[in-house]
Design a protein around this ligand. Structure first.
Ligand code: GCB
Length: 597
């Protein structure tokens, strides 16, 4: 059907799941001949590829390849799945995917970091092997999000390869798990949970959507704290709401990230469908200069991160997610930002469990406003679709405390000699305002921000409920002089405060590259000492200002970038940890500041 359920495929008494991750067949198609030669029926000559994974980390000849490639997976279906509704779901594929099952086109999806699904009930063969084929391409184009520059005109810091406007490697491939799963014919299509606090009680409202405009009864069960509660709902034309009041609720917080199990059951006499998720009862609010979680002001200690690891590239790596969250805990951090794109659903579920506060960002990184209206409209359309999917995907996670519309949109790229186009500020404001509106319409419960950069237009930041800025005094500017940089940071904080009075401010990035093992006294740039001193300088300077409610050093760990004279070994080395998660001096310094150790 045109509108398949996007709910994460959890199994239940009425649902079975099968992860198709593993070794698939793979074939690059640099000349674009696959479709003409009928590869959708079977790709023929091939090599093995792991799924999920980025192809760039696996094959030498495809290291920098952003063209098209084909994937194939052959599978048979358990005979007891006959008669059930079957769904095929991709956690994410970068960037555009076209999908065929047994030679029939299921559809196409555009956008690198969000899930998409197909109802494959009428396509799956129960008496023979099934052939699933994908065409995937990751062309770096001006009208995509993130966009890449017009290479004749623009560069990030300097020339680099592959050429991007952003500072991370343009990985490609099937990056997250591929699920085959069953539901009953009538099933839970969507669940939207909102939680409020009323005195000591938690109020949980659950909006249910059933497939096919179904009408009948539903019950919602909540279990946790050794208690079971239940509420009923009437589903009419596919929609209904149940509300539960939880006396003496155990609230979700960073100190005690308690999760309840919430189960939605559709029934008319018999149980039609049963679907469970884990939820947290908590409330997030911006109140003047404060960000309140459960009515208490929070200070964000944490990082901007990446989904990036040796061999996996941007492919899902569960051990690294859990290891990273363990290291965040070791440091005494309480938060991170999903810079610069939505992270995996597996990461979001684990963040719920670890009690981490997450700023959930779209993939709008480094958009520049030099390009004409046709390009702007294409990006706007892509972002509207991405935001709708992102909110649908992440709305029930207690860890998500804020949405980020974009990271570092710019009037023009940093090192461009072209003048700033006339009216670019207004063009940007017109571009971002509807995206803020969309987030707020789809989710009125969370603040929305835009992550700006030193000197970025205040008009764009002002659209946000919270002011976030990235700042690089002592690195890209005032290089090598931390005393002067400290004065600049102080001025920057005061300037922001003046331009955005009454709003909380987060320094969402600051940092220095440090090559692990490089040392000096006194501290010189690129050494572990310089990085540690700079990060401490920012945190200590900003701690004097109560309107600054968070400091996120950039970045959690070193990560892969394109090749250039700015990036040693094609790596951004601003990590507090190396790419293989060994602590640099700054990590120990952060631990002292954040944990008093
Ligand atoms: C930034 C970007 C981030 C870069 C960082 C840097 O402002 O948001 O993606 O990696 O600077 O190290 O240059």
């Amino acid at each position: 059907s045109a509108n398949p359920t996007l709910l994460y495929p959890h199994s239940s008494s009425t649902r079975a799941t099968r992860d198709l991750s593993g070794v698939w067949k793979f074939r690059a198609d640099p000349d674009g001949v696959g479709e003409k030669q009928g590869w959708m029926k079977g790709i023929g000559e091939h090599r093995a590829i792991p799924v999920p994974c980025s192809w760039n980390e696996i094959f030498d000849d495809l290291r920098n390849y952003t063209g098209g490639a084909w994937y194939q997976c052959d599978f048979e279906v358990d005979s007891c799945w006959k008669g059930r509704r079957l769904h095929l779901r991709f956690g994410s594929v970068a960037y555009r995917a076209k999908v065929w099952l047994n030679g029939e086109l299921l559809g196409e999806h555009v956008g690198a970091h969000l899930p998409f699904a197909f109802d494959v009930t009428s396509h799956v063969r129960h008496d023979a092997e099934n052939v699933l084929v994908l065409f995937v391409e990751n062309e770096l184009r001006l009208d995509r999000v993130p966009a890449v520059p017009d290479t004749t005109r623009v560069s990030l810091h300097t020339h680099h390869f592959p050429q991007t406007t952003y500072d991370f490697f343009p990985y490609a491939g099937i990056h997250r798990p591929v699920w085959l799963f069953t539901t009953p014919d009538v099933h839970v299509h969507d669940v939207t949970v909102k939680t409020d606090i009323d005195g000591k009680a938690g109020v949980v409202s659950v909006a249910i959507r059933a497939s096919q405009g179904w009408s009948g009864n539903a019950s919602v069960r909540l279990s946790g704290q050794g208690r079971n509660m239940e509420a009923k709902a009437r589903i009419a034309d596919g929609e209904g709401i149940a509300t539960l009041r939880v006396p003496d609720a155990r609230l979700w917080s960073t100190d005690d990230p308690h999760l309840y199990k919430l189960t939605v059951v559709l029934q008319d006499g018999d149980v039609r469908d049963e679907y469970s998720i884990r939820i947290g009862i908590r409330e997030v609010r911006v109140d003047g200069e404060k960000l309140l979680v459960n009515g208490k002001p929070v200070y964000l200690r944490g990082f901007g991160k990446h989904e990036d690891f040796a061999l996996n590239g941007r492919g899902l790596n569960v051990p690294s997610i859990i290891r990273d969250f363990e290291l965040l805990r070791w440091l005494g951090a309480n938060s991170f930002r999903t810079s610069h794109y939505p992270y995996s659903e597996e990461a979001m579920m684990l963040a719920d469990e670890y009690g981490l506060l997450v700023i959930d960002e779209t993939s709008a990184v480094s958009l520049v406003f030099m390009d004409g209206p046709v390009i702007q409209e294409a990006r706007q359309r892509q972002l509207q679709q991405d935001i709708a999917t992102l909110v649908a995907r992440d709305k029930n996670h207690p860890c998500v405390i804020m949405w980020s519309v974009a990271n570092e949109p710019l009037l023009k790229p940093f090192h461009t000699v072209d003048p700033t186009p006339q009216g670019a500020v207004a063009v940007g404001t017109k571009f971002f305002a509807p995206l803020f509106d969309l987030f707020r319409k789809l989710d009125p419960t969370r603040p929305v921000t835009l992550v700006s950069v030193q000197g970025g237009p205040s008009e764009w930041m002002a659209l946000g409920d919270v002011i976030c800025t990235n700042s690089y005094s002592g690195w890209y500017g005032i290089s090598g002089r931390l005393d002067d940089a400290a004065k600049a940071v102080e001025q920057e904080a005061l300037g922001l405060r003046q331009r955005h009075p009454g709003k909380p401010i987060i320094f969402s990035e600051f940092g220095a590259d440090a090559m692990a093992g490089m040392h000096s006294q006194p501290a010189d740039m690129w050494t572990e000492e310089y990085q540690a001193e700079m990060v401490a300088m920012y945190i200590e300077t900003l701690a004097r200002h109560p309107f600054v409610i968070g400091t996120h050093p950039w970045a959690f760990a070193d990560f892969r970038t394109s090749q250039s004279i700015m990036r040693i070994g094609a790596m951004n080395l601003k990590g507090a940890f190396t790419r293989d998660r060994k602590p640099k001096l700054v990590a120990h310094r952060l631990r002292q500041m954040w944990k008093g150790k």
